[in-house]
Design a protein around this ligand. Structure first.
Ligand code: CA
Length: 438
């Protein structure tokens, strides 16, 4: 990651309790009931849209001009009267870490609260600049629309896949995901992790210390582990590793591992480590799962496990038991394995490794053949790839899905439908072959 987009309220400043108290008090004054939790759920919306919605609930129409401005001014004054909010615990360490790594650090907020902007320099000296700030004044449509994060991304000049968002609010997560960005959600308020995961946050944390650990592990992976994939064949390259890392996080979230306790059984697999820690493990396993290819192909899964165990850097962040658990999961990822994975983590990396998109599967099979058997003709390559698909992915093939994720199951069915029609399969393979040559 090269650029980090930080939300402000609830991420930098512990300002949400004061905001919530001010909203509840002012709205009550105007006979527009709103609860403390509703303020947290609505966090990220503009003041006007919060007022409009409450007004609509009470009177069936939007708040008249004049009134909403008055309510918003009252709320702003009341917020100020509650004193300066503290910064969120652990966020200084996160910012210092990113600064030391030379990353771009941005603020992306729906706020128009001048008092907080002017405190940024005092509280976070040398971190933020006005040029790297998107506020209520910069975009017409605020969160949950994607506009604020899209604006930051465009100005950053960094590729989307190298940008990440740090959010604390469900609507902020929705905005980040609608903008197509990787989103890390830190639950700094009164909501549940579910409230954030439901909006498809890529990973959820209980606090900034967990976020910092994730960033440190991710930095180690980016710097020392992912470059290994540059030397592998095109079916096991960097984009394959990144896809497995992303799918592993999606599966961990869909399985609600963040809500699991250590030792729970999930889909018949033991989950020795649950909670937010589980996603960190799934992510790390995915990053290491194929590095054994740097030794050989036949035993690469075992060598990936060995190399993970031997990486002393991991001892900064993981216990011996966690390292052993991750190494075993990497060993269990092999599609041709006869035994089921030993833990949920093995099942996650095994399933995440199965990219079942029809075109991708055929392309990978063709590329493997082209790398391995350069003497074959195009036609022979197509037949070899079609045979391989038959062996591996047909209803009687050797590939299993362990977790039956609905999206993956659907893709598997589409693939099997194609495989069950040999003429159609060969035709599709030839089409992919043609596209590879252009
Ligand atoms: Ca926020």
């Amino acid at each position: 990651m090269q650029a980090y987009f930080f939300d402000m309220d609830g991420v930098l400043f512990d300002s949400m309790p004061s905001h919530a108290e001010a909203w509840v008090e002012v709205m009550h004054r105007h006979n527009l009931p709103i609860t403390y939790r509703e303020v947290f759920i609505n966090e990220g919306r503009t003041g006007r849209s919060v007022i409009d919605e409450c007004y609509r609930n009470a009177f069936g129409t939007e708040a008249p001009d004049g009134l909403w401005q008055q309510i918003y001014r009252e709320k702003g004054r009341l917020f100020e009267s509650k004193g300066e909010p503290a910064t969120i615990g652990g966020v200084h360490e996160v910012l210092r870490f990113l600064k030391s790594k030379g990353k771009q650090i941005w603020i992306v907020t729906g706020s128009a609260q001048q008092s907080l902007f002017s405190r940024l320099d005092t509280c976070f000296p040398g971190i933020f600049t006005r040029e790297r700030m998107i506020t209520a004044y910069d975009v017409e449509h605020g969160k949950p629309a994607p506009d604020p994060y899209l604006a930051a991304w465009k100005r950053s000049g960094i590729e989307k896949s190298h940008c990440a968002v740090i959010e604390n609010a469900p609507l902020g997560v929705r905005s980040a995901k609608a903008a197509g960005l990787f989103c890390m959600a830190v639950n700094t308020g009164i909501l549940t992790l579910d409230d954030l995961a439901r909006e498809h946050a890529d990973i959820v944390f209980n606090d900034m210390h967990e976020l910092l650990t994730f960033m440190q592990v991710a930095d180690h992976i980016e710097t020392h582990i992912l470059p290994l994939y540059q030397n592998f064949d095109s079916g096991h390259n960097l984009s394959h590793a990144r896809a497995v890392m992303n799918t592993s996080l999606q599966l961990a979230s869909a399985l609600r591992l963040y809500a699991a306790a250590d030792g729970d059984s999930i889909k018949g697999f033991c989950c020795p480590v649950g909670g937010t820690r589980a996603a960190l493990l799934a992510y790390t396993i995915a990053a290491y799962h194929d590095i054994g290819l740097s030794v050989d192909r036949e035993h690469h899964h075992l060598n990936s496990g060995k190399m993970l165990r031997a990486d002393r850097q991991l001892r900064h962040w993981f216990t011996d038991d966690e390292i052993e658990l991750m190494a075993c999961a990497a060993e269990d990822h092999r599609a041709s394995a006869k035994q089921p994975p030993r833990t949920i983590f093995g099942a996650i990396v095994a399933d995440a490794d199965r990219d079942l998109n029809v075109t991708t599967v055929i392309r990978r099979a063709l590329q493997y053949g082209i790398d391995r058997y350069p003497e074959l003709s195009d036609d022979e390559h197509c037949r070899r790839a079609a045979d391989h698909l038959q062996d591996k992915y047909s209803a009687s093939g050797y590939m299993h899905l362990w977790l039956n994720d609905p999206q993956q199951t659907l893709q598997q069915q589409q693939l099997q439908l194609l495989i069950s029609n040999p003429t159609e399969l060969l035709k599709t393979t030839q089409q992919v072959m043609t596209s590879l040559k252009h």
